[in-house]
Design a protein. Structure first.
Length: 128
């Protein structure tokens, strides 16, 4: 079974209670997230006034298989992806997510529609 890599937007869409397509919590179960995306999630949670020790937040993090460190090799891939993804407005965190997926040979899940216009060598699934 192939691993799933989550973009921070997936986590945030669930927390915000947005309407999502498919079994998104099922996607979370056993998924992987880059430490770069973890920073985005934690920062945004604090920005919107949600405690990092909120039971719902802790339960969602518990579903993940692991948080992967953002390595030098991933940083180089993320930098290389800048040219290919600039038109879609992908951030450093977005490219870190893609770099991890490419390294693992995994699929990526995101809530960000502009990702549908990119093709970087991994399967991209939109959850809304």
């Amino acid at each position: 079974m192939s691993e799933n890599v989550l973009d921070s937007s997936v986590f945030l869409a669930i927390i915000k209670g947005e309407h999502l397509e498919g079994d998104v919590l099922g996607v979370l179960d056993g998924a992987v997230m880059s430490a770069a995306n973890l920073v985005e999630v934690l920062t945004k949670l604090l920005d919107i006034g949600i405690s990092l020790t909120d039971p719902e937040v802790e339960a969602m993090f518990a579903l993940l298989d692991r948080i992967e460190p953002f390595t030098e090799a991933q940083a180089r891939v993320a930098a290389d992806l800048r040219h290919e993804t600039r038109h879609a407005g992908l951030s450093l965190g977005d490219r870190a997510c893609l770099a991890l997926a490419l390294e693992l040979g995994a699929s990526v899940y995101t809530a960000d529609r502009p990702w549908s216009s990119i093709d970087v060598g991994c399967k991209i699934h939109l959850i809304r």
